[in-house]
Design a binder for this molecule. Sequence first.
Ligand code: GDP
Ligand code: IMO
Ligand code: MG
Length: 421
Amino acid sequence: MITTVVGAQFGDEGKGRVVDYLARQADLVIRFQGGDNAGHTVVNDAGLFRLHLIPSGIFYPQTTCLIGSGVVANPATLLEELAELEAQGIDTGNLKISNRAQMLMPYHPMLDGLEESRRGKQQIGTTKRGIGPAYADKAARRGLRYGDLAHPAWLRQRLELALPSINHKLAYFGAPTVKIDDLMAQCAEWAEKLNGRIVEPLKLVRGAVESGQNILLEGQLGVMRDLDWGTYPYVTSSNPTAAYAAVGAGIPPQKIDVVIGVAKAYATAVGAGPFPAELTDETGQKLRDIGQEYGATTGRPRRTGWHDVVAVRHAAWLNGFTGLAVTKLDVLDEFPEIKICTGYRLPDGRRLDYVPDTAVLETIQPIYESWAGWQTPTTDARSWDDLPANAQNYLERLQQLIDVPIQFVSVGPHREAMFAV
Ligand code: GDP
Ligand code: IMO
Ligand code: MG
């Protein structure tokens, strides 16, 4: 069985906790895109972890974890993350990296920061982890890949090709340029430390698929930040949608059986750009306080809002969701009234039932319907029947509007605070 887990909103939906929950039955977990802009929080009996690059299946010793070919992975932060996990007693021996994964180089975060400051008022609000510049170099065919570490002469040639344009940009911003010998020395150190982890991915992946193993494909971010289908240009530089899981993991698309869209019971976003159902009032602050909505990677306060089914339907179509996992239901426990954004109103009064292009999305007003809250704690619920009637009504309404079955509900951050419906 091959299952893809992706974000149905603006990221931070709880993908990490869903993967940690589902991985108990997985033989192989593959992160298929993004980089250390991700912050996937996992809370289980081993502790609280914020994973940035390492797949959320790492807590199961029998599960192999692969950083897939579609990822741009910073070797320095990867090594830090490995060291942190090991310091917390987690065995990371089963972490492998595709030789096709891009190496996010020290100059990429520098360029990310410089390009953001040049944007002035049009800043994207990136995580400044270098994701955009790394994917740009990949597309421009001057990226370096993990496999290159085993071939120093080839690596040096690749760097010789890349550096003039990198240094040209750094000099344009008045920043210090980078030197090939320093980077080669850095690469030699990474090669030594990552020795044994860099693999030919298809040997592993194809073998697992052909022998019918359970495979989880873990996405980063969510559809509204998809490079093609999100709120461009306020997006990331890869596709967090399920179609890219096939590319980034190296699996034929028709082999993927299940696509789980993870959505909060409400919504949050980090970074700039339109967020139609945003709440900038005290209700939004209450969601932030109760939901502890602060970025797992940057610590920035997350923008908060009501659940937007227009956006999640957009996600459902683009990803082909076979089921939804609704997280953080417990955060709504205290609210007397809960709203759902069911459509968008254009300035001329017309109603939209789809996500329009960004220039139009910036002009719309959300259309809401209102539901009575349950005002009862749900965090101890371990089955559908344990939920208060109004919580069931709310979830049933979401399911009806999105037209995808809710298969999992989570009511707390811990691994066990989640149940199948
Ligand atoms: P991801 O990036 O999609 O993996 O999500 P994040 O880890 O960035 O953000 C989700 C946050 O919500 C984390 O702090 C989780 O520990 C927390 N969380 C996940 N599920 C639940 C839940 O059902 N209830 C509560 N209260 N917190 C949750
Ligand atoms: P997870 O995987 C929430 C946002 C940034 C910015 C935009 C582009 O934990 O859901 P980037 O650094 O990718 O160039 O930034 O995307 N962003 C995230 N928001 N969760 C994330 O990851 C994010 N990764 C990037 O805030 O708006
Ligand atoms: Mg996150």
